[in-house]
Design a protein around this ligand. Structure first.
Ligand code: ADP
Length: 546
């Protein structure tokens, strides 16, 4: 933990003592927070598990929906795996209360804990952000968490029941199915709701949105009651089909993105479960296991479909917003150097035309130099823009030849001498070993120029270290600055097209450089990674196979 800088630190003896106790108090607070989190998670787990069990369960333990799975997944994902004791204690107690022998309950609790820890870990690994605003994120939730991690708990749970003699070999198959899908629904119905409403991803309001939401909510509730309830004594047969709800779910996702998707799935599922449990609706009336299975399938399919649709819509909305913002940035970015250039030339022209002594040779040289700088800025922006469509269209065409990376970096430093000097950045170049490889020099120029000019732009006034290393089969280039750094939450994003992590007023730029750089490096079979701490600088690492 970093210490706070304060006046006391100037007196080492007292300062050291003070910061130690300060650190201790933070640690205590941290532990207290973790304990509180575990307790809350335990309570939520226990209560919702009891509710799940109320609805009737296969072999007494494998329930129709197991909301705790979704709660545990989102809690561990959002607040860290350290909350696992809450899951373990909740699962243990709820199963003991339901009459499981201690050994069986312990087995089940291990399975449930592993499910939550594994699911949250997998989601993190797959780059899921919890906002459900991207299709790949929604797919990760459906496949890795809902289908993958829950299989673990189902196998361990039913295995424990079987070893404990609570289910027979015949019943184990049915229990496994019910358990697995029950947990899956927890991840598909409950987790998205918690993720979305906890994270609150941005959503652009529209006129009359509240009215539309109200209308949609009434329609959803009305139709759910019609389909799954007992209105008109179960008459209106033609309407008692679960797929009647799909148009409304689609409406929710289309107009309200991931918010609409997660919320509508939750509402419909709740009403569907309630109706079916009371013996109404299209899934009721058959043998318990079959009616539950029918309902589970409906809910699972509806949830996965609508979540994906909601994510796709959110993705589209973000793209539209990005385009609008880009157009306004682009016109501003291009116009600024253009206006400056034109003013500059006009002034020079006036002085050349005017009577009296014209500008001296030195003044001329200066004027031309700064005009040239503005022109290169314009050229760089335009070439970045032209690159976008070319790079996005497909794989980059590389023209490989034998390249000396050290020479290439030296040239780039020469090219960027002026901006580096303007930014007051001293560059330290470190190199060792053989630094040649079979690469596309023009493309690598782009990468190196981009990384170094970013270091000057975002690390002005501080030294920049450029390091080249020979790793045998690979060559590594590091560009490290001690500038503004990049927040952890933005570190993945800045490599995407048009994505920026700085205010437009403070720093110009399109947010394309890193995106293009990563594409180029990946086309060479290499990687471009970033390590950074906000306020302390960034290190970009290019790892290139020769
Ligand atoms: P641009 O600089 O035109 O915005 P880039 O794609 O080069 O586009 O960079 C994307 C974003 O990444 C920048 O807007 C900035 O927020 C961040 N960034 C890039 N390099 C650095 C750096 N060296 N230090 C801090 N932030 C950086």
């Amino acid at each position: 933990m970093r210490q706070k800088a304060g006046p006391i630190q100037r007196r080492p003896r007292i300062g050291g003592h003070h910061s130690q106790s300060e650190r201790n108090s933070w640690e205590v607070k941290d532990r207290y927070k973790t304990a509180l989190g575990c307790a809350l998670l335990f309570a939520a787990y226990f209560v919702t598990a009891r509710l799940g069990l109320l609805l009737g369960a296969e072999a007494g333990f494998a329930t129709l929906v197991w909301p705790p799975t979704g709660i545990a997944l989102s809690a561990l994902f959002l607040f860290g795996a350290r909350l696992w004791p809450g899951v373990f204690a909740g699962a243990l107690l709820v199963n003991l209360a339901a009459g499981a022998p201690v050994a069986v309950a312990l087995g089940i609790a291990c399975g449930n804990t592993l499910e939550a820890v594994g699911g949250a870990w997998l989601l993190k690994r797959l780059g899921f952000q919890g906002r459900l605003d991207r299709i790949d994120g929604a797919l990760a939730l459906v496949f890795a968490a809902a289908i993958g991690s829950t299989a673990l708990s189902a196998c361990i749970g039913v295995g424990s029941l079987w070893l404990g003699g609570i289910v027979s070999g015949d019943g184990a198959g049915r229990a496994l199915r019910a358990w697995w899908i029950g947990d899956m629904l927890g991840d598909l119905v409950v987790a998205p709701l918690l993720f979305v409403w906890w994270q609150r991803p941005p959503f652009r309001p529209r006129p009359l949105m509240a009215l539309e939401a109200l209308l949609l909510a009434s329609a959803l509730v009305g139709f759910s009651v019609l389909v799954f309830g007992n209105l008109y004594g179960g008459g209106m047969g033609i309407l008692r089909q679960s797929y009647m709800l799909f148009p409304l779910l689609v409406w929710a996702a289309l107009r309200f993105g991931q918010y609409g998707a997660a919320t509508s799935v939750f509402v419909v599922s709740g009403l569907a479960i309630a109706g079916t449990a009371m013996g109404f609706g299209p899934f009721a009336g058959k043998a318990l296991a079959d009616s539950l299975f029918g309902l589970q399938t409906f809910m699972g399919v509806a949830a996965a479909t609508v979540l994906l649709l909601g994510a796709a819509i959110a993705e589209r909305n973000r793209a539209v917003d990005a385009r609008d913002e880009f157009l306004s940035i682009a016109s501003h970015e291009l116009r600024t150097p253009l206006t400056a250039l034109s003013l500059h030339l006009q002034a020079l022209f006036r002085r050349l035309q005017g009577t009296g002594k014209g500008p001296s040779r030195e003044e001329m040289q200066q004027a031309v130099e700064s005009a040239n700088r503005l022109l290169s800025r314009l050229a760089k922006l335009i070439s970045e823009l032209l690159e976008v469509s070319r790079v996005a269209a497909g794989r980059l065409q590389l023209t490989r030849e034998q390249v000396d990376l050290l020479a290439l970096v030296r040239e780039s430093l020469l090219r960027l001498e002026r901006p580096l000097a303007d930014a007051d950045c001293r560059v330290e170049l470190q190199a060792d070993g053989t630094l040649t490889g079979h690469w596309d020099p023009d493309r690598l120029d782009q990468v190196v120029d981009n990384l170094i000019s970013n270091a000057a732009k975002y690390g002005a006034g501080k030294p920049v270290v450029v390091r080249l290393r020979d790793l045998g089969e690979r060559v590594v280039l590091e560009v490290a600055d001690r500038g503004i750094g990049i927040d952890r939450a933005d570190q993945a994003r800045v490599f995407e097209r048009f994505e920026r992590a700085v205010s437009r007023r403070r720093f110009g730029g399109f947010g394309l450089g890193l995106w293009i750089a990563r594409r180029v490096v990946e086309a060479h079979g290499g990687t471009l990674t970033l390590e950074s701490e906000l306020g302390h600088g960034s290190t970009f690492t290019v790892n290139l196979p020769r």
